[in-house]
Design a protein around this ligand. Structure first.
Ligand code: NAD
Length: 696
């Protein structure tokens, strides 16, 4: 694409002439050329990165280019990107992370807005040609142009909310005045990108075309011949404050369903901004920059930026790309079916085996449902289903680069299956288990090639949970582990290396939290109250609801394994809970657990929260204590991997930056004292782990 873009610049159709030379000139990150008809073509091409993002240097250079263009007065200006990946991904997150000093933040936002305003005011017709990703600041840059031409397949969006922000370079003011403000607000509040066709319908872009027709589309843009879809007349009503207030109330209610204001202030700030200033673009623009500056200084934004980097670090664990053509999955139940479906969706050929045909049929039906939900077109669904092959006879085993076992959590059953698998597998293929709790040293006993055996611990549902624990054990080879991590990266999940120990990292940390929640219920606390307290802390779902989601049978099983396998005093499972499991009340999957479930939702009554602080500590501190134990024992290498794994494996309050970040922010001394107090009051399960003393 980059080649094509530069080639397009020297295309005769663009009147640059075959000899036209597109040079970087004085600028590191931009290239500027003028066509024979006097139109300036400006290409964004960050010198130091593979993708375009906007940072101070890029904007300083743009400012100086604009200064020149104000003098040279070209017949028009076309802005596009020379990168394959797209137009621009938005602000450089590395830069955001360095902005801490309030006066400096204000000055930098003001300067950046000054550059964009200068572009918008340049008295020539400006056309943005957009391909690939056009996000955040990239879209705000395009919005300063008079016309936007998108190459088919382009994605446009405002993902700022995911970093605890809203647009701050005029994106909010410009978009709400260009298109239907409700649509613009929805894009900004959800962070969801629109594809080029939708953007055209909304009026966010003015033409959608193929690369080969760009020259013609640009000529139309420069001649003012493009036709913009205007918002309906109803949207004019939002120029009036009462209409905006009604819409804003609805937006707040919708937002509140997803995020609490105390945890995620950005969407609420955006709604306030639009309600108060949406009648005037200029006023809104000014207020937008000020509000953006305030949000940048919130802990939420800083911690979400941290979560962004934690995610990037986990991605890097995937290492060098490797070839995986074929995966064989053994066990087509809840997990095996999901893993197989996800791998096929990610383009791999998958054979799916089971002792029984029924679960395979059910897994294929679930795969179709999943593809219909996440996919856009029938062709993608059909292709993925073609790649997902039922295989009761295990023909795929001999061809697989990786075999994933997901049969019930029984040591002898798994070991028996491995004996059969190993005999049929390629010598260098990886055998991976999805066990949630059985130590790999035990599972690997009797294997002929224990070096090729690893754990790949997926979370349920695989399509939504991004983390996969890549589990090592004493005999696993470095190559098999690297292959496991590369495989996880290949299927667009985040690999977190952990060492085999009961529960690995995520379940080990989660289980004391779930068990404590059940203990609270056992003591007479309402399930709803326990859930509410956890959600107030910032967990995406309360522990009781989570236990029902996971399945009470699985929770009891994992708690038993942890209790047996660790020198830790996890309270014994109450008899009433074991009876529930024995009676088949397993949670969501059986329709009844600690809650009654209907249409995938638990029916809940109102919570009655009294001692929120102590209840929060009783739930969260055992989780932190287990995390510290994992660090001390080397189950996980460092606090960054730990925080990333807990955020992306359990949804641990992302705006708190991860459990260890939370511990540091609150003060490890305070946590230790609180744990000691809880231990005196409720039992030794709260005794602080010795690892707290090693944390600074
Ligand atoms: P499941 O009971 O839903 O599915 C297991 C499947 O294995 C069934 O379809 C069964 O017919 C099949 N099976 C049994 N014996 C077999 C054999 N000899 N050969 C081939 N197939 C056989 O179980 P699940 O919940 O999918 O769990 C599978 C594994 O994944 C377990 O080790 C579990 O601990 C782990 N795990 C589960 C979850 C979860 O949330 N359910 C999450 C992470 C990991």
């Amino acid at each position: 694409m980059a080649g094509k873009v530069v080639a397009a610049l020297s295309d005769r159709a663009l009147e640059l002439g075959p000899a036209a030379h597109v040079s970087k000139g004085r600028w590191e990150h931009w290239r500027l050329a003028t066509s024979q008809t006097g139109v300036a073509w400006l290409l964004l091409d960050r010198a130091d990165t593979r993708t375009n993002t906007l940072n101070d240097k890029v904007l300083v250079e743009l400012n100086s280019i604009l200064e020149d263009l104000e003098v040279s007065k070209p017949k028009g200006l076309v802005i596009r990107s020379a990168k394959t990946s797209g137009f621009a991904y938005g602000a450089d997150v590395n830069d955001l992370a360095t902005m801490t000093d309030p006066p400096e933040i204000e000055a930098r936002i003001s300067e950046a807005n000054g550059v964009f305003d200068r572009l918008a005011a340049l008295p020539v017709t400006k056309v943005a040609v957009i391909h690939g990703q056009c996000l955040g600041g990239g879209l705000e840059l395009a919005l300063c142009c008079d016309w936007r031409i998108a190459i088919a397949g382009t994605k446009l969006g405002f993902p700022e909310v995911l970093l605890g922000l809203h647009p701050g370079l005029g994106g909010a003011a410009r978009s709400t005045h260009l298109i239907d403000p409700i649509q613009a607000m929805t894009m900004m509040l959800t962070g969801k990108a629109a594809d080029a066709r939708k953007a055209k319908r909304l009026g966010l872009v003015d033409a959608v075309t193929e690369e080969r027709h760009v020259a013609a589309a640009v000529a139309d843009g420069l001649a003012g011949k493009l036709r913009r879809n205007r918002p309906g007349t109803l949207s004019h009503a939002f120029a009036l404050r009462p209409a905006r207030s009604v819409a804003a109330r609805k937006m707040r209610a919708e937002t509140a369903k997803k995020a609490r204001q105390a945890h995620y202030p950005a969407p609420y700030a955006l709604i306030d901004l639009w309600e108060a200033h949406g009648g005037s673009r200029k006023a809104m623009h000014k207020a937008e920059a000020a509000s953006f500056g305030k949000l940048l200084q919130t802990d939420t934004s800083r911690n979400l930026v941290r979560a962004y980097f934690l995610r990037e670090a986990l991605k890097k664990n995937a290492g060098e790309q490797r070839d995986f053509a074929h995966v064989h999955v053994v066990g087509a139940g809840t997990m095996g079916g999901e893993i197989a479906a996800w791998c096929a969706w990610q383009g791999l050929r998958v054979t799916l085996g089971d002792v029984d045909v029924k679960p395979i049929g059910a897994a294929l039906a679930r795969a179709r449902e999943l593809y219909d939900k996440i996919g856009k077109d029938d062709a993608a669904t059909r292709d993925a289903l073609d790649r997902l092959i039922p295989d009761t006879k295990g023909y795929g085993i001999a061809h697989a680069d990786i075999v994933i076992e997901a049969v019930p959590e029984k040591l002898d059953l798994k070991q028996k299956i491995y004996a059969g698998l190993e005999a049929g597998m390629k010598k260098d293929a990886v055998l991976a288990t999805n066990t949630s709790s059985i130590p790999l040293d035990r599972l690997s006993k009797g294997l002929k090639r224990p070096a090729r055996f690893i754990g790949l611990h997926f979370f349920n549902p695989v399509s939504r949970m991004q983390l996969v624990e890549v589990v090592s054990h004493d005999k696993a080879s470095a190559d098999a582990l690297a292959a496991g991590s590369a495989f996880v990266g290949r299927i667009s999940r985040l690999p977190a290396p952990v060492r085999s120990a009961p529960g690995f990292l995520v379940n080990r940390a989660l289980m004391p939290y779930l068990v404590e929640a059940l203990t609270l219920v056992d003591e007479g606390e309402k399930a709803e109250t326990v859930d509410e307290v956890a959600e107030r802390f910032g967990m995406p779902m309360g522990p009781i609801e989570l236990a029902d989601q996971v399945g009470l049978d699985i929770c009891v099983e994992v708690a038993d394994v942890l209790r047996d396998g660790l020198d830790q005093s996890i309270p014994s499972t109450p008899d009433w809970l074991r009876k529930k499991v024995a009676d088949g009340e397993l949670g969501r999957k059986s329709g009844q657990g600690l809650y009654a479930w209907k249409d995938g939702k638990p029916s809940k009554s109102s919570p009655s929260v009294h001692h929120a602080d102590e209840t929060t500590d009783r739930l969260i501190l055992p989780l932190l204590n287990a995390c510290v134990a994992c660090l001390r024992e080397g189950v996980v290498a460092d606090t960054e991997t730990l925080d990333g794994a807990m955020i992306f494996g359990t949804g641990f309050a992302p705006f708190r930056g991860g459990p260890m970040h939370y511990a540091r922010t609150r003060g490890t001394g305070d946590i230790k004292v609180t744990l000691k107090r809880l231990a005196e009051r409720y039992g030794e399960r709260f005794t602080p782990d010795p690892g707290w003393d090693d944390l600074t």
